[in-house]
Design a protein around this ligand. Structure first.
Ligand code: HEC
Ligand code: HEC
Length: 332
């Protein structure tokens, strides 16, 4: 009996092991591909990433120092109680460009001086550094632009130039954009994100998302995430991929890209929740005039594809990605 049966049983086992092994190989290959795709923007290893010079390294140059201070304490100069002008919402550039734009994957300024002026599809034109700073003033700080001749704009420019002085022209060092997280297979969920918010964000940003002013009331200890004093819906963080990537690597405050505390899915969900809340409106009708160049997660139509504004806001993004890949009518 035993003798008759052992061979087919052995054969069966070998086959199973073979199938399992090749499945494993396919899975490993897919994982490697995913990692490789992401590493296009995320060079492995901390050494290759750009780290900006800290406050202690600021040169003995009054203009650069003033520029640094304008980025770190924008509101004290340009906010509702600002000492120079009242042209912004009370937030600081540094609330989103962490440590005055020096942190890897912290939305830093490392590639700015090396890459501007450049063509930007959002504005369908060439933008210089002054234009780009004014974009953030009008959208992220929900305020008014500064003339390029002002002492303040000249100082911000000088600071950004100084920060990026060692980056060769035209090159983009690692860690100088917000990290692109892999798309989920489902829509990001504001409902799931609400629970994440209550558990991980609320203690600083408040149950109403309005943040907390500092003791001098000329800036925030914890900046607002939505509501009348936050960034408007024309701002970069209103795109869920930017919000998710920023939060994943930098929040709760104190986290960095080497120690993310949220899972990627959790970061997408909390980003969905924050961006489902009310905030000031920006007239963005002139943005992305070439519809086929709109980012997948730009939440305002019209689009060059059949998907809804809701799907463009929360996902799932993979079907939209496949649509453009197969239509070949979108320039990267
Ligand atoms: C509410 C958040 C927020 C605030 C506040 C903010 N920004 Fe930005 N800023 C962004 C985002 C998001 C981007 C786009 C990042 C991306 O697309 O990778 C950006 C991009 C930039 C860039 C271009 C960076 C690059 O690598 O191309 C510059 C320069 C800039 N901001 C300057 C400023 C200045 C100066 C201030 C203050 C006057 C400011 N920002 C305030 C969110 C903000
Ligand atoms: C320990 C306090 C703390 C916690 C917890 C925290 N944050 Fe923040 N957050 C900050 C501070 C402080 C800043 C501004 C950084 C600066 O100015 O240096 C900030 C900035 C931000 C910004 C950019 C500025 C703005 O107002 O839009 C976003 C977005 C943000 N946090 C989202 C979150 C989310 C989402 C969570 C929960 C996952 C979270 N934060 C948890 C303290 C915190």
């Amino acid at each position: 009996m035993m003798k008759q049966h052992w061979f087919p049983v052995l054969l069966f086992c070998i086959c199973c092991a073979g199938v399992w092994h090749s499945c494993q190989q396919v899975r490993d290959a897919r994982r490697e591909q995913e990692v490789a795709d992401r590493n296009d923007q995320q060079p492995a290893g901390a050494d290759t990433l750009w780290h900006g010079a800290g406050v202690e390294d600021l040169p003995d140059d009054a203009q650069v120092r003033y520029g640094h201070d304008l980025v770190a304490n924008t509101s004290a100069y340009l906010g509702p109680r600002g000492s120079v002008a009242h042209i912004s919402n009370g937030m600081n550039c540094q609330n989103c460009h962490l440590q005055a734009g020096t942190v890897p994957f912290g939305n830093n300024y490392g590639k700015v001086y090396a890459t501007y002026p450049l063509y930007r599809a959002r504005n369908n034109g060439i933008q210089d550094i002054y234009d780009r700073v004014n974009d953030c003033l009008q959208r992220s700080l929900n305020g008014q632009p500064l003339d390029s001749s002002t002492k303040e704009m000249q100082a911000i420019y000088a600071y950004i130039k100084w920060l990026g002085k060692d980056v060769p022209k035209g090159t983009v060092p690692g860690g100088t954009s917000i990290m692109k997280l892999a798309y989920l297979d489902r829509p990001a969920s504001p409902a799931a994100g609400k629970a994440v918010y209550a558990a991980t964000c609320q203690r600083c940003h408040g149950s109403d998302g309005q943040g907390q002013l500092n003791p001098d009331h000329n800036g925030y200890a914890y900046p607002p995430l939505w509501g009348p004093h936050s960034f408007n819906d024309g701002a970069g963080l209103y795109r869920i991929s930017n919000m998710a990537g920023f939060v994943y690597n930098n929040m709760p405050f104190g986290t960095d890209y080497q120690h993310p505390q949220l899972s990627e899915a959790t970061a997408w969900d909390v980003a969905a929740f924050v961006n489902s809340q009310p905030r000031p409106h920006y007239n963005q009708q002139n943005d992305w005039q070439m519809r086929e160049r709109k980012p997948l997660d730009f939440p305002f139509g019209p689009y060059a594809d059949p998907y809804t504004e809701r799907q463009h806001k929360y996902g799932p993004f993979k079907p939209i990605q496949v649509f453009y890949a197969s239509n070949k009518n979108k320039t990267p």
